[in-house]
Design a binder for this molecule. Structure first.
Ligand code: FAD
Length: 476
């Protein structure tokens, strides 16, 4: 009997243990993807568009044999299993709060017809829940997690060969297969019906989707830019990071593949990149143990935090969202988010700090905005990246570390190129002076016919820093 290989966050064919597990058990298999509205609804156009691009690429790599359906997986998967008389359903494990509930629901529904769901691997180098402190408790601090993570290590990439792919049965849906009740299949969604990257001419410019694009991106980075990653990764004006986050999000490449390629690189660049991948696993582990932290403070002391509210707060949120705060690096970042569905990590920290500590607005509002617009939007990394910055997260680092948007800009965008790229109103200001446009002489007005006015700062950073620290003090 055939197996079902249910693709979710593993939209690739190389290094995919699920495929090997299915082949060991079954004589043929059907590749399936379920478009689940519960996941699509909060995801926003950039991520949905990128996802459909990845599905198209996977379908092409499978010779047009990917069955895409729409609906609740707890209904769709058992229905497909029934229609093709499947003997098992293979997945790579999901450890997110929604994914675990969904998979349990699918498992119970399949149990009625005694079809097992078989979990092999996960989207992480070290799966959530796999390692713990010596006392057997979940890690709370990144540096000790990373030590445990490095000690634990990871598998080598799984060798998916051409004959494994040939085995993904071209005839699984063939009407000549007499056991099958193909009329009972849920309606197939044609990939042509889904949004196409080119459909949104005024939307963000997204990276090319799919496994081949991911591997190309990684190999080019590895060969041309890995050296220098450790020194330049904080510079938003340079293309100095891997750009792999959207591909890792949808599993077009597995972190294991990257870690395997780094194994022979002794340098500090490789070691820093390994650490970044450890952050990704760490946050997934934290969310696995504390699923409530998708919405709530990791550090519950922050439940008493006072936030601003009312019309002024809403106007401030709008200014932040639209990249019109009058702080150039903040505005550049917020506009990069809208323009590319992506933002440089350093600038994610600066903009998040600005929302929570200069505008005194709750981190989850900013996190929601990011999740709508990020092509790499990932619940664990995003919510915990926000909480880390807001001071209520896993970091032992104190809340009183308030990012200064001006000095951060001068330090990490030292020539001002990043700001000038995203804030055209400031293009006439050369060098790093662009980070303090208001400091220019009165005769050099920002306001001219071909330069729409750039707003003055909506708040005074020095004053708001004091307010943020006072509110933090109230929590003790
Ligand atoms: P690189 O520097 O090339 O890093 C390689 C990979 O390591 C990344 O692709 C990512 O998978 C992982 N990584 C790097 N830094 C982090 C980190 N701080 N936390 C977790 N993983 C990391 N990352 C997401 O993938 N999705 C998100 O939704 C997300 N939201 C964030 C929100 C905030 C407020 C902050 C501060 C960070 C967030 N990050 C998120 C982490 C980080 O900003 C991005 O992973 C990184 O910018 C992606 O670019 P890159 O692939 O070029 O990174």
């Amino acid at each position: 009997a055939p197996a079902i290989v249910w693709f979710r966050r593993d939209l690739r064919l190389a290094d995919l243990p699920t495929l090997l597990a299915a082949r060991d058990r079954s004589t043929q298999a059907l590749a399936v993807f379920v478009l689940d509205d519960a996941l699509l609804r909060p995801s926003g156009t950039p991520r949905t568009t990128f996802l459909t691009g990845c599905l198209r690429a996977l379908d092409t790599d499978l010779g047009g044999r990917l069955l895409v359906v729409r609906g609740d997986p707890a209904e769709a998967i058992p229905r497909i299993a029934h229609a093709i008389d499947a003997d098992s359903v293979h997945i790579s494990a999901d450890h997110g709060p929604y994914g675990m509930r969904r998979d349990d629901a699918v498992e119970s529904a399949l149990a009625a017809s005694s079809v097992p769901i078989i979990r092999t691997g996960s989207p992480y180098a070290v799966s959530p829940g796999r390692i713990s402190t010596k006392a057997g408790t979940p890690y709370k601090v990144f540096t000790s997690y990373r030590r445990g993570w490095l000690e634990h290590g990871w598998h080598s990439p799984a060798a998916t060969t051409a004959d494994t792919l040939a085995w993904l049965d071209p005839d699984a849906l063939s009407p000549s297969n007499t056991h099958r009740r193909l009329a009972d299949l849920p309606p197939r969604v044609g990939l042509a019906e889904l949004p196409h990257p080119g459909d949104h001419t005024d939307g963000p410019t997204l990276p090319p989707a799919g496994e081949a694009a991911a591997l190309r991106r990684w190999r080019t980075f590895r060969d041309e830019r890995l050296t220098g990653y450790d020194t330049h990764r904080d510079r938003p004006d340079k293309d100095a990071t891997t750009g792999l986050s959207p591909y890792l999000k949808f599993g077009c490449i597995h972190p294991r593949t990257v870690l395997h390629d780094l194994r022979d690189s002794p340098g500090s660049a490789a070691s820093v990149l390994r650490s970044e991948l450890a952050w990704r696993d760490f946050y997934a582990d934290v969310l696995f143990h504390r699923p409530d932290t998708a919405r709530r403070n990791y550090n519950v002391r922050f439940d008493a935090m006072r936030y601003d509210a009312g019309l002024d707060a809403e106007a401030a949120f709008d200014a932040w969202r639209g990249g019109r705060t009058g702080y150039p690096i903040v505005d550049a970042g917020m506009r990069q988010l809208l323009g590319q569905g992506w933002m440089h990590n350093r600038v994610r920290m600066i903009t998040a700090s600005f929302l929570t500590k200069d505008l005194h607005l709750p981190w989850w509002r900013g996190a929601r905005h990011f999740m709508t617009h990020l092509v790499d939007g990932d619940l664990a990394s995003n919510q915990h990246g926000w909480q880390w910055t807001a001071g209520c997260g896993t970091d032992a680092a104190p809340y009183f570390r308030v990012f200064n948007p001006i000095t951060q800009g001068e330090r990490f965008d030292p020539d001002g190129d990043y700001v000038r790229r995203w804030v055209p109103e400031l293009r006439h200001i050369g060098g790093k002076a662009v980070h303090r446009p208001w400091a220019r002489g009165a005769d050099e007005s920002l306001f001219s016919a071909d330069n729409p006015a750039y707003p003055p700062p909506i708040v005074d950073h020095a004053e708001e820093r004091v307010v943020a620290l006072a509110r933090f003090g109230e929590l003790r």
